[in-house]
Design a protein around this ligand. Structure first.
Ligand code: CTP
Length: 321
């Protein structure tokens, strides 16, 4: 997972491609650099490929700060993740279902070791079934062109770039573009993601992608997401530095009312949310629920499966406790 915050870089000016790897090493925190060095050492010894991928490549190219990093290698990757974690005495969390391994580093940072995979979706809105695949194929299962760029780190391929869908061109022209027609049918959470990335980077949603989003919403696919997944996507929106642009897009697409039938964006939401730091999720939830009052807020939070502690914090904030 890559967390990024704006650094005020000039719109449209991307990092030079030959600066990508040096910039990754220069700008990563010491704990991430140490983990990456071990990962590279292990794959070089095993003569395997390792690439940095997804949000981190996007954010480096956009000249934004990079915090957490995703690296991808081909199956089996468990031993690679374990070796990195052991050498650093770091906690390792294994997400077997998605063949992903999270190494928790100092300073609250993470290195995700992702197994290159393909995905198949049984039905719209369900989680995919995954199977190991080559790195090139993994890039095809992703959401947007700008998130489907990879750069190799292993010594045999170091610096080689994979950009099969023109993600770099889309970063230059500031566009959110899905990879294929089924994207928002397979995974309607990508509608929220499109709003987040378009909002965060002030990018446009490509017209064809816009039509695909409208098609998925028109067929009711976002409603098939479980309440927990709808809640999670909404929380990710609230964690944006300024959630306003993403919320406006979601409102214009009619998606807020999909999360909960009573929801609508109001001007006071935007003002209130801007005043609360992105790290204070409960504070931001309180801003969101305030217009409905404490009793209605509790009912909605129960319907969406919020945790008891979160409900209490929001209740206390709304009741002025
Ligand atoms: N991804 C995807 N479809 C999803 C979720 C994730 O294709 N529904 C892929 C994207 O390629 C994404 C990568 O998995 O870049 C990692 O996911 P995540 O960490 O959520 O995305 P980031 O791009 O790192 O987003 P953020 O900057 O908000 O952390």
């Amino acid at each position: 997972m890559a967390e990024s915050r704006g650094s005020g870089s000039e719109p449209g000016r991307l990092l030079q491609l030959d600066r990508l790897i040096p910039k990754l090493w220069e700008s990563s925190s010491p704990s991430v650099t140490a983990a990456l060095r071990i990962a590279v050492k292990v794959v070089n010894r095993q003569k395997r490929r390792l690439a940095v991928v997804g949000g981190v490549v996007r954010d480096l190219l956009l000249q934004k700060s990079v915090f957490d990093v995703d690296v991808m290698s081909e199956s089996p990757t468990r031993s690679l993740a374990r070796e990195v974690a052991e050498e650093l005495h770091a906690e390792l969390v294994e997400h077997d279902r998605f063949l992903t391994f999270t190494i928790h580093l100092e300073g609250g940072l993470k290195l995700d070791v992702v197994t290159a995979r393909q995905e198949s979706y049984g039905a719209p809105g369900q989680l995919p079934v995954v199977a190991p695949a080559p790195i090139e194929m993994d890039l095809k299962r992703r959401d947007f062109t700008v998130n489907s760029i990879a750069v190799f780190l292993d010594s045999s391929n170091e610096g080689r770039l994979l950009d099969p869908f023109g993600g770099i061109d889309d970063l230059r022209s500031r566009k959110i573009r899905a990879l294929h027609d089924q994207s928002f049918v397979d995974d309607p959470t990508r509608i929220f993601r499109a709003a987040r990335f378009a909002g965060r980077f002030s990018f446009d949603v490509d017209p064809k992608t816009q039509k695909q989003i409208e098609g998925s919403i028109g067929k009711g696919y976002p409603r098939l997401l479980s309440p927990a997944r709808r809640r999670h996507e909404f929380e990710l929106v609230l964690r944006e530095v300024d959630p306003g642009p993403a919320l406006r897009l979601l409102e214009s697409w009619g998606v807020l009312a999909v999360i909960h039938q009573d929801w609508a964006l109001r001007p006071e939401h935007l003002e209130a949310l801007r005043r609360v730091d992105r790290k204070d999720l409960e504070g931001r939830l309180a801003c969101w629920f305030r217009p409905w009052g404490p009793a209605a807020a509790q009912k909605m939070m129960t319907e969406l499966g919020f945790e008891r502690a979160t409900k209490k914090a929001v209740h206390d904030a709304l009741a002025g406790k």
